[in-house]
Design a protein around this ligand. Structure first.
Ligand code: DGY
Length: 323
């Protein structure tokens, strides 16, 4: 009998075609919206595999309903804070994710957000649209430059390294990083220095968050953290919204503790159009599009299908969260 799998969304074209060739009975949610929890819980019962997205919570409840057939969970994402990893591991279920393939796309977007926030792009576009564009003025809409400045990367993993590499091309001369441990290889390439978070906050002109959301990093960017930063600093988060205490970020921007922010991730997602963040002229927000290039999403989908297939047929996953 073919294994039964649940796939919580249609995948990009190549990945979808590969999925359809699997020797498996596939239940796939077809609508372009997150699968409702009750549907997921109904369909996962007795399934051998699950291919999910970062919008699908994988917890004890889901694992309990799935039962003992479940062999593999494959998330089409590099982040897996939506998965209770310990619970999945304790059930001896394999867990796959999609590292590397989204590094370039996410780093491009993070660099873009840093530039956009530094150069006041939101205010500039609004000014043009609102008829505020008058004659050229020496100080109008002046932002900050990258030449000879310090970049602080919180979490020098694959994406953090790629962001630093990109921003160095704009003139950054000094790269600091903080995190759980030193990253000697990446640090050597970037001539980056490992410092405490406090030192990074105090010394950086640009602070870019590239770390995972964990118990330790949850809301680490609160008012006190923003207070430590330079009043001219630019803050960028393309990792997870939960790393930031969002009301504190709003206050920090209103109180001018920092100059501006660029966000690809928020709490919650989607962010309400009424959110105060969107009313602030010095905050650029985009809707979690870090990895959103067709090439990258197809690669992520393919990787997720390959992980699913390997787990279904008793092989080790090409990209596993743990072995
Ligand atoms: C991920 O894969 O975790 C990213 O946030 C998607 O862009």
């Amino acid at each position: 009998m073919s294994p039964r799998v649940v796939v919580t969304r249609r995948l990009p074209p190549q990945a979808q075609a590969t999925l359809e060739k699997l020797d498996a009975e596939i239940y796939q949610w077809q609508e372009d919206s997150a699968i409702p929890r009750d549907v997921l819980l109904k369909e996962i019962k007795g399934a051998d595999g699950l291919l999910c997205l970062l919008t699908d919570k994988v917890d004890n409840e889901l694992l309990g309903v799935a039962g003992d057939n479940l062999k593999v969970i494959s998330t089409m994402s590099v982040g897996y804070d939506h998965v209770d990893v310990e619970a999945v591991k304790s059930k001896k279920v394999q867990l796959g994710y999609t590292p590397d393939v989204l590094t370039d796309a996410t780093a491009d977007l993070t660099a873009l957000l840093t530039l956009a926030a530094a150069r006041r792009i939101k205010e500039s576009i609004d000014a043009v649209r609102n008829g505020e564009w008058r004659e050229w003025r020496p100080e109008w809409l002046c932002g900050s430059q990258f030449t000879q400045k310090t970049l602080g990367v919180v979490g020098l993993g694959r994406i953090g390294e790629a962001v630093a590499h990109r921003l160095k091309a704009f003139g950054i001369t000094n790269v600091l990083y903080s995190g759980r441990s030193e990253k000697p290889k990446a640090a050597e390439k970037l001539q980056a220095k490992f410092v405490s978070l406090d030192d990074l906050l105090k010394q950086s002109d640009y602070v870019v968050v590239c770390c995972a959301l964990t118990k330790e990093t949850k809301e680490m960017f609160n008012y006190a953290a923003f207070e430590k930063m330079k009043r001219t600093a630019v803050f960028v988060n393309s990792a997870r919204g939960g790393i930031v205490q969002q009301d504190d970020l709003v206050r920090a921007l209103e109180d001018k503790l920092i100059a501006s922010a660029g966000l690809d991730v928020t709490t919650p997602e989607p962010l309400s159009p009424d959110s105060k963040l969107l009313q602030l002229p010095n905050c650029v927000v985009v809707p979690h599009i870090g990895s959103a290039t067709m090439e990258t999403r197809d690669e992520m989908g393919l990787m997720a299908v390959r992980n699913l297939e390997a787990g279904l047929f008793g092989k080790s996953l090409p990209t596993a969260v743990y072995q």
